[in-house]
Ligand binder design. Structure first.
Ligand SMILES: NC(=O)C1=CN([C@@H]2O[C@H](COP(=O)(O)OP(=O)(O)OC[C@H]3O[C@@H](n4cnc5c(N)ncnc54)[C@H](O)[C@@H]3O)[C@@H](O)[C@H]2O)[C@@H](O)CC1
Ligand SMILES: [K+]
Length: 238
């Protein structure tokens, strides 16, 4: 089921999974075990914010889409709660957001976090210390389409370090192939288990705990040894 392995700095093996396997993990966690998507997103957003704060300090630009990778929206909230000057750039009109992304965005609106749409704003706002890449995760389907392609190019042109959520947007989570344009991040915070497509980037990949219990991995016959020790994230190597 899993293809290849990573290791933590203390040598614990961590199985790498394809997008398809991770989708099954998420489904068992939600449908069989009863963990809500929003619960997992909260862990994703909080640990992502921690890593963003290690890279930048005063101001952040969060680039997000409509999928589960919109955990970047939860990250924006955690950053704003820590007095970071946060702006949000979406690939679509906020009215077109659905599900968990829409819910996260409504909270940001209540907080007064400014929302912008499209690549122009990424280029203009070049004073941000750090760019959060939460546009596309393991849900990438085919070559990157507009306007996401232009957003990705704008992130790479921006000049500030980027932190990617789960996989760099534009990279196929399973194969590691770049499907058109892809974000070139300083670090990637991958979720639950590392994706097979991250193998060549292992040194810049950090694994965040989503709170998924061993029972989920056992049901899917994924060999799982707690990689986090007593922490909530861990650095990986190939
Ligand atoms: N239970 C879950 O599913 C969980 C998922 N999580 C996150 O959710 C992500 C997966 O969520 P989804 O399956 O919703 O997908 P994604 O959020 O990875 O991708 C969907 C988004 O990408 C855009 N997109 C996809 N292919 C595109 C293309 N070729 N060109 C332009 N835009 C494209 C879609 O328009 C949509 O906005 C993971 O990577 C992870 O970050 C976490 O939030 C926690 C739990
Ligand atoms: K991403």
């Amino acid at each position: 089921m899993a293809t290849g392995r990573f290791h933590t700095s203390t040598g614990t093996p961590v199985p790498a999974v394809t997008a398809e396997t991770m989708r099954r993990v998420d489904r068992v966690a939600v449908d069989d075990v009863g963990i809500e998507l929003l619960q997992m997103m909260e862990h994703a957003g909080r640990t992502l914010a921690f890593h963003v704060l290690r890279v930048g300090g005063g101001s952040a630009l969060v680039v997000a889409g409509n999928g589960g990778n919109g955990g970047g929206l939860a990250c924006a909230r955690h950053l704003a709660n820590r007095e970071v000057d946060v702006s949000l750039v979406l690939d679509r009109d906020p009215d077109e957001l659905t599900g968990a992304a829409a819910q996260q965005h409504r909270i940001l609106q209540q907080m007064g976090v400014p929302t912008h749409v499209g690549p122009g704003f990424v280029s203009e706002n070049d004073s941000a210390d750090v760019v959060v890449d939460a546009l596309i995760g393991y849900g990438l389907t085919g070559p990157v389409r507009e306007p996401a392609d232009e957003l990705i190019r704008a992130v790479n042109r921006h000049g500030a370090p980027a932190v990617s959520l789960d996989v760099p947007s534009g990279v196929d989570a399973t194969t590691g192939e770049t499907l058109g344009d892809a974000v070139d991040p300083d670090r990637t915070v991958t979720l639950g288990l590392p994706k097979t497509g991250l193998r060549d980037r292992a040194e810049t990949v950090f694994l965040a705990d989503l709170g998924i219990p061993r029972a989920v991995y056992d049901r899917l016959e994924i060999e799982y040894e707690n990689p986090f020790g007593r922490g909530f994230w861990v650095g990986l190597r190939a």
